[in-house]
Design a protein around this ligand. Structure first.
Ligand code: ZN
Ligand code: FE
Length: 257
């Protein structure tokens, strides 16, 4: 989508809301705070045409009332399975969202695990995945099970490799530190980490990454890799019985890392 651009709007400690725009109209993904969202719209004189919410956590939806107060009637898309105030276009897996003003169609994917109704939006070579998948990591299992997590990540990993990954937080460096601990040998990951350190030193986002890159560097997308299985076995004292068990152990390990 050469006519569309995606702007990161950093807010709070490490959140991003994403502004998909064509220079005139914009869709906002996960506006956790209204002030930075409104300032970003105003700065480039963009007219908001939609809000897309991935899940119900406050740092992803907190700006909705303020956006609606300023832009009454702004369509707000969000998970049908989660009760989010302000959502007037509830959507679920298999739905498609046509953002006519942007010439963009987004497929709605169920990636529940971090929360029970978590959605991702995918189209135009872009994936907006909230806290389901991070660069080199994934969201905590607050409401779902390891089975849910495996299903969600398998689904995202099956997307076209060139798909750009826009996630909800700048956690990349911390995730890479964990990735290094669980898989000491990974040359692609080390090259990526060097690039990310340079970006962060300049105050720039590490995002978006791509599905292809995540499949090379993200331990949660490759829980069957020999080096990872060995580390999980050493850490927990027993070899994981399956890739899913390895994924569950990885997620639990990361919770206390
Ligand atoms: Zn969250
Ligand atoms: Fe979050």
């Amino acid at each position: 989508m050469s006519t569309l651009d995606v702007l990161p709007v950093p807010f709070a400690r490490d959140n991003y809301l994403w502004l998909i725009h064509d220079g005139r109209h914009a869709a906002l993904v996960d506006p956790g705070e209204a002030a930075p969202a409104l300032a970003a719209l105003e700065k480039d004189a963009l007219t908001p045409v939609a809000v897309l919410l991935t899940h119900h956590h406050g740092d992803h939806i907190g700006g909705v009332p303020g956006l609606l107060a300023r832009h009454p009637g702004l369509p707000v898309y969000g998970p049908r399975a989660e009760d989010i105030a302000g959502v007037d276009h509830p959507v679920s897996d298999g739905d498609s969202i046509a953002l006519a003003a942007l010439g963009l169609e987004l497929a709605v994917l169920n990636v529940a695990a971090h929360t029970c109704g978590h959605l991702a939006y995918c189209g135009g070579g872009m994936l907006f995945c909230g806290d389901a998948l991070f660069s080199a990591g994934c969201g905590r299992l607050f409401e779902g099970t390891p089975t849910d997590l495996e299903r969600a990540l398998t689904r995202l990993a099956a997307l076209d490799g060139s798909t750009k990954v826009y996630c909800g937080h700048e956690y990349t460096l911390a995730n890479l530190a964990f990735a290094r601990a669980v898989e000491p040998e990974n040359a692609a990951r080390d090259r990526y980490a060097a690039r990310c350190e340079t970006l962060r030193a300049q105050g720039l986002p590490t995002l978006p990454s791509t599905i292809e890159l995540e499949k090379a560097v993200n331990p949660f997308l490759r829980p069957g890799a020999a080096g990872i299985v060995a580390s999980v076995a050493a850490h927990s004292g027993t070899p994981p019985a399956s890739a899913r068990a390895c994924l569950a152990a990885l997620r639990a390990w990361k919770d206390t890392f």
